[in-house]
Design a protein around this ligand. Sequence first.
Ligand code: GLA
Length: 410
Amino acid sequence: MKMTQWINTRTPEELDRDARQLFDDHFGTKPAGVWAAPGRVNVIGDHVDYAGGVSIPFALTQMTALAVRLRSDQRVRIISQAPGAIDPLSFEMELSEVGPKHPDNWAGYVVGVLWAGQQSGIWPNCPGMDIAIVSDVPVGSGLSSSAALECAIAVAAFELTHGHAPSQEERGQLVPVCMRAENDVVGASTGGLDQRASLFGVAGKALVIDFHADTVTLVPFDLAAQDMVLLVADTNAPHALNDGQYASRRGIIDEVSLALVGEGKTLREIAAEQALSQADAWAIEQGLDASIVRRRLQHVVEETQRTLKAAEALQDADMAAFRQYMQESHESLRDLYEVVTEELESAFQAAGRFGARMTGGGFGGSVIVLLPESEVEDTVAQISRAAADAGFPECSFLLAVPGDGARRLS
Ligand code: GLA
């Protein structure tokens, strides 16, 4: 019998120590400080952030930590120890060379934020930096390792250039900076859910994010009080959000919104039925497959309505209703939005469907299961067995608990 793989989670103190050690080993000196930001799990409301919808994520206790020191020139040097990797990766670049699609690798999430903050005037004269990165947020698992990296460098750069940590309002200004790095430099047209969760997370709380009203409301997410837990099963079938699949889904929704409600407005401005019927006519006029357009739009409209109802269920501590919405959300992402892979579906079915769903962008990544603590062991075994029987990669697991957002560790 194989042992279940549980995802490694260090305490903030351990991450801080390891980031400092890596910095010292590589650069031979001490950093000015260590900053960290969490990954996130999205409990419900996927593929609606870029359409003015509603999502309920929370920040994980798994974090990415960066030991940082400013330089007197414009050079950025990075050493990064990714989770599970044997050797650290290193990278160097002049800040003046950063721009759209450049660099075209993982380092774009870091130097892209420095570039975007410069461009938007938040740190106009940002100097170069030496940066050592350690992380417990698994890469390609749908848990936003990219946002963790972006938000950690954003709070570090903010504090090092302003002399104080960002206020709540200033955190809000860091959201578009991190998004710009991801959209323009990395080339993933993502919608801002992940960065808000990583910057505004609070221990013990989930976030109800309304992308139309641009508000973040904290709600208690105390599963332990109900003897429940949120299990994450990473299918280890990696996903990438800059390979065209995500952009193709978003592209349709952007075009329909523009045609139906106009520039700068969201689909929430019109009634669901009106949106769906007008979209049919629009698709035919454009020579598009009307049934595909309708399915995509139906997901967005219904997922938003479902997430609003899920937020109410959470307020009322009605976990049975909440678990039903999770299942319906997964089915919609599978049947209407078509972002669920075979590996995700296998985990969803093996978990018993009720209270289970894929999380994040899809096309690989993780399934989450909200379930009584007493059922964890069996559910883990069932998911693992189903993956093995189908010849899929072995899954790894963690129990997700709401943690605090991006901050200085030391
Ligand atoms: C990814 C993106 C987010 C969001 C989710 C799906 O995580 O980065 O902006 O669109 O997918 O909800």
